[in-house]
Design a protein around this ligand. Structure first.
Ligand code: ATP
Length: 355
């Protein structure tokens, strides 16, 4: 296992990059600690796979260095880095049995056959393919094949890190949940450094202790699921995490007050001097709907099970709020913002509010 250091990594696929938009990765500087379980979360095209492939050695960065436990591995091949990588789609040897597919990376490293057998059996149990061990991989379903790929990533215990690139895409939803829980258990048991790429917040938040959120080729926030929820550092993190995402409203500031049209909202404190595009962020969980506060026009109430989502407009801007399953929206609805849930953003980045 190793800590993986990314030192000012930039990457452009095209020749002669000039503008920031020419880079798939703009500037990434971060260390994945030894033994950590990380998710790399972000929308399609934000650079997650590029970053993963730079760590495994499939892509050489345009600039910057990659360090494993402080040692520069930027110029080393994938094999020399000793990384296991599981891709979105199965990579298996069709003509080999399931057992031999799993044994292959171990026999390659000349492990004694008894050790190979022990590890392969353990892995077969983990991926629930014991009854198919001696079947050829050819003829298995896509999700069974993907389980073999996962197994091949997990069968070795000497790897520097295990990297997963949306590995559960082809797995059916129930099995997805099971495999994710097993990965988490496995991480607890063996403490591998694991990095798991996904665009699905549920997957990221249930798998990882630390979530690295990416947006347009940059890391915008690193934190625990709770931190990302409570204090999104960037408005993108606010929208992307949570269901529905954070409300982001353009406001004008007057000391510790924010104005949106004719409505005035008391902030928990005043920011320092600010210049730029100012927005107030508040999660639907912190917007109270009742008879007091700012008048809103409600357009829809969606019953989503544990609570209802109220869709409304405040001064012409869309806003979402949550109410209890048994609550109703009053005839002349108004909203109040819980001060603890108010965040202020300047040019999309969060600023602290003084008290
Ligand atoms: N081989 C390539 N050649 C040229 N451009 C590429 C190549 N691979 C990726 N890109 C571009 O680099 C950017 C980042 O892509 P990347 O695949 O890393 O993102 P991602 O977050 O993993 O997205 P997805 O979930 O869709 O795979 C995108 O604009 C993509 O079009």
């Amino acid at each position: 296992m190793a800590a993986i250091g990314l030192e000012n990594i930039r990457h452009a696929y095209g020749p002669d990059p000039k503008r920031p938009a020419d880079y798939a990765l703009k500037s990434v500087h971060h260390t994945f600690e030894d033994g950590g379980a990380y998710a790399l979360l972000g929308p399609s095209g934000c650079g997650k796979t590029t970053l993963l492939n730079i760590m495994s050695g499939l892509v050489t960065p345009s600039s910057g260095r990659l360090l494993f436990d402080g040692r520069d591995v930027t110029g080393l091949s994938t094999e020399a880095r000793n990384i296991a990588q599981v891709f979105q789609f199965p990579v298996v040897y069709d003509t080999m049995t399931v057992y031999d597919n799993l044994a292959f990376p171990l026999r390659n490293r000349r492990l004694p056959e008894a050790e190979v057998d022990r590890r392969v059996r353990e892995t077969l149990a983990l991926i629930d393919l014991e009854d198919r061990a001696h079947r050829k991989a050819h003829g298995l379903t896509a999700d069974q094949k993907q389980k073999i790929s996962l197994g091949r990533g997990l069968v070795r215990n000497d790897v520097a890190a295990i990297l997963f690139d949306e590995p559960l895409t082809v797995i059916d939803p129930h099995m997805k949940w099971l495999l994710r829980s097993q990965l988490k258990l496995l991480h607890k048991r063996f403490g591998h450094t694991m990095v798991y790429v996904t665009h699905d917040q549920t997957e990221a938040l249930t798998f990882a202790d630390t979530v690295v959120v990416m947006y347009e080729g940059e890391i915008v926030q690193i934190g625990t699921p709770d931190e990302l929820f409570a204090r999104p550092k960037h408005t993108f993190v606010g929208y992307f995490i949570g269901s529905p995402g954070m409300n982001v409203l353009p406001v004008a500031l007057d000391g510790a007050r924010a104005r949106i049209g004719a409505a005035e909202i008391a902030l928990p404190g005043a920011p320092g001097p600010v210049e730029g595009r100012i927005e107030l962020g508040i999660r639907p969980e912190f917007v109270r709907v009742g008879r007091e506060g700012l008048p809103v026009a409600v357009s829809k109430v969606e019953d989503v099970g544990r609570h209802k989502v109220v869709r409304a407009t405040l001064e012409g801007r869309p806003i979402a709020a949550l109410i209890g399953e048994d609550e109703d929206v009053p005839a002349e609805p108004r909203v109040r913002f819980e001060p603890a849930g108010i965040n202020l953003y300047v040019d999309a980045w969060r600023v602290e509010l003084g008290s």
